[in-house]
Write a protein that binds this ligand. Structure first.
Ligand SMILES: [Fe+2]
Ligand SMILES: [Fe+2]
Length: 185
């Protein structure tokens, strides 16, 4: 295994450990029941945003709070309704849901200031709240890229990722997502 492959392996292992811990602490996988864009579930969207945020941050070689980055990204859309169900109560969803997600998350897990700010600011500039931390800047950018990708790949977004979903009995009822990169270089 070359140096790059070893680095990638260790990063993927770390990402999985952050994901699995949050699954044990919260109702994260409940988001699998709700649609996001096209045929992507909110859980799949959140895992993709978290993973690609983590990868992008690693690529910059800057210093990040890695676990807070991943947890903030996994919880950035932590709400439990269909945003496109036509319910008038959801009319201001696009500007309100960051606050809803933060409040939902705080009921289940303590949030650090970086995690909470990452969740609350992820819709900037659609909302007027810019991220205070570099973790939030990365998640906000990657969220938009993933959303555009999901919109234009309506038939099979993250098809390889979806194919690689593997139930992990050893982690309670959780499901481990093996992204294509996790399968090796
Ligand atoms: Fe969002
Ligand atoms: Fe999102």
């Amino acid at each position: 295994m070359g140096k790059k492959s070893l680095n990638r392996f260790l990063q993927e292992k770390e990402f999985r450990s952050f994901y699995e811990l949050l699954v044990r602490e919260s109702g994260l996988e409940e988001m699998g029941r709700f649609p996001q864009h096209g045929s992507t579930s909110r859980l799949m969207h959140s895992v993709a945003v978290a993973y690609y945020s983590y990868r992008l941050a690693r690529w910059t070689r800057l210093s990040f709070h890695w676990e807070e980055l991943v947890r903030g990204a996994l919880l950035h859309d932590y709400f439990f309704y269909d945003a496109q169900d036509g319910d008038p109560a959801h009319r201001w969803h696009w500007t309100r849901h960051p606050a809803v997600a933060a409040e939902n998350a705080k009921k289940e897990v303590p949030l650090t200031s970086i995690e909470e700010d990452t969740i609350r600011s992820h819709m900037f500039p659609l909302t007027l709240k810019p991220p205070k931390y570099r973790e939030g800047v990365v998640v906000s950018l990657v969220d938009k890229a993933c959303s555009v990708y999901e919109f234009f790949s309506r038939r099979a977004p993250y098809s390889t990722l979806r194919d690689e979903v593997i139930p992990q009995r050893s982690v309670g009822a959780s499901v481990l997502f093996l992204l294509p990169e996790m399968a090796g270089d």
